[in-house]
Design a protein around this ligand. Structure first.
Ligand SMILES: Cc1ncc(COP(=O)(O)O)c(C=O)c1O
Length: 504
């Protein structure tokens, strides 16, 4: 199969013209064209290898040969409508009731319907900054999206994110799990006062878009008690976190202890390793209430033999390659390395996570915990130059998130941390900065500097330069380079350069 049909520039132009612009590219200023992949590595059109730290969809590794073989074999034999009898859909299901679907968002939409049908209540409690999918019904329960759109519906109640680094109760609180669960109890009480009824508490087991948050101990159990007392159910969105990503357990909700179990679990991304398949698991009681409505549920392709063959192959690979064990070993090592970096770099405010679900939060200073958004974006850009694909998340896009394919190795973890160390040392930008009327980063190490007088400089090879609004942040050695590149006396033509010791 041809790796590419068009030259990269042509593909980019066509994409810009033909594909809706709200569907953004990674690294939109200088996108990469990936034409093949294997394991945790991506390859561009020139054969250049990139280390993938973010593709949690390709859970067992890109293009895993066991999966492609099983998929091809099943496709060669049969793919059919889900309403014919076939073994693949029932294989590997040991207990509970499952519904199979084609896409992750469908799983969450179905979970909403199940909860409402079972409880006969309408309202939903969600966590701040949550994202549960792009359907209209799910945008309504995704503060991350609806805050930028029409706003909050009257049947949606938003609980604070239990973030012990930034939130209202922090790591020094004696029982943040209870304290944050009580915020949910208050929402239930307020809703009841208005005559409203709660159908469900809907949350990711580890909020990812919210910034790789780990729930405090006891949080989910308390909430499940409060919500069930109110006649509602607990829905765990495991679309990003399920299938062993946390290493120690198969589901992230299990981190909350043996005595907690959600009523509905939605599964997605890792289940098909990139093939569109999703699933909802629930209790017999909830499924029976859904059936009792008399409305038939059918989903033409959800759970078709090919999708299920791939789902089964994913489960096999997780077991055979001990990917959960790998997540414990490699994730543990990665976290340790990041914690070591934290002792060296004040920019790293927090390192949190479990297994191969890790977040490194950058802050402008540790006392205020002010998010270092631009610095995080810079780090991601520089890592891309080192051929490492990384991205940010969290309310301020200040959290560097690690969610690599589960075959990520110790060497990969060490390579990433060495690069992060190097980049943060280079941009030990501390207090040196150059003020410029307008500046434009052109990608790579080139910066276009526009002065008030209209003079334009193309500043090349100012390694590690860092632009931010009207200021160009430079490391101590780059400060001198920039100064000589521009060949300008200090403070002339609107270019203000502060000296490395901070004096002007
Ligand atoms: C936690 C979570 N739930 C659900 C979804 C499904 O969203 P989509 O509409 O992109 O399939 C996503 C996708 O990123 C997600 O992160």
């Amino acid at each position: 199969m041809a790796l590419e049909v068009f030259h990269k520039d042509e593909t980019l132009q066509m994409r810009r013209k033909l594909i809706g612009q709200s569907c953004r590219l990674f690294f939109s200023r200088d996108p990469v064209k990936i034409v093949r992949a294997r394991g945790q590595y991506l390859y561009d059109e020139n054969g250049m290898q990139y280390l993938d730290c973010i593709s949690n969809v390709q859970h067992v590794g890109h293009c895993h040969p066991s999966l492609t073989q099983d998929a091809a074999a099943q496709m060669d034999l049969l793919n059919s409508n889900t309403r014919f009898l076939h073994d693949n859909i029932v294989l590997n299901i040991l207990q509970n009731l499952f519904f199979f679907l084609q896409c992750f968002y469908e799983a969450n939409d179905l979970a909403l319907r199940l909860a409402r049908q079972y409880t006969r209540h309408q309202d939903v409690i969600v966590l701040d900054h949550a994202y549960h999918g792009h359907l209209t019904s799910l945008i309504d329960i995704s503060p991350y999206k609806f805050r930028k759109l029409e706003g909050q519906k009257e049947w949606v109640h938003v609980a604070p994110l239990p973030d012990t680094y930034h939130g209202i109760y922090r790591e020094d609180h004696p029982d943040p799990g209870q304290a944050y669960a009580d915020t949910v109890k208050s929402l239930i009480d307020e809703a009841h006062k208005k005559g409203r009824k709660i159908s469900s508490f809907f949350a990711e087991s580890l909020p990812s878009v919210g910034g790789q948050i780990i729930f405090p101990t006891g949080y989910c159990k308390r909430i499940a008690e409060y919500v069930r007392e109110a006649g509602g159910v607990y829905v765990a969105d495991e679309i990003q976190t399920g299938f062993g990503r946390v290493g120690s357990h198969f589901w992230a909700f299990q981190l909350q202890g043996e005595d907690f179990c959600p009523d509905i679990v939605t599964m997605g991304k890792p289940i098909g390793n990139g093939h569109p398949i999703a699933c909802v698991a629930t209790t017999e009681e909830i499924a029976a209430a859904f059936t009792a409505s008399g409305v038939e549920y059918f989903n033409t392709f959800g759970g078709n033999p090919v999708s299920c063959a791939i789902g089964l192959a994913v489960l096999d690979v997780i077991e055979k390659e001990d990917l959960r064990g790998n997540a414990v070993r490699v994730g543990g090592h990665l976290k340790q390395l990041l914690l070591q970096l934290q002792t060296k770099h004040p920019l790293i405010g927090d390192v949190r996570g479990v297994g191969l679900f890790i977040g490194m939060e950058l802050v402008k200073d540790r006392a205020s915990r002010k998010p270092a958004t631009e610095e995080a974006a810079h780090l991601v850009r520089r890592l891309k130059e080192e051929r490492i694909v990384m991205s940010t998340d969290g309310p301020w896009d200040s959290v560097i998130k690690f969610k690599p394919p589960m075959c990520f190795s110790i060497e990969d973890a060490e390579r990433v941390c060495t690069c992060i160390d190097q980049i943060l040392r280079e941009s030990a930008i501390s207090h040196q900065y150059v003020q410029i009327v307008t500046s434009l980063a052109l990608g790579g190490t080139r910066i276009l500097v526009v002065l008030e007088s209209g003079i334009v400089f193309l500043v090349c090879r100012v390694d590690y330069a860092f632009w931010q609004k009207q200021e160009l942040w430079v490391s101590p050695c780059d400060y001198n380079k920039l100064h000589s590149c521009c060949q300008l006396p200090r403070q002339s033509h609107g270019l203000h350069i502060s000296s490395p010791d901070g004096t002007k």
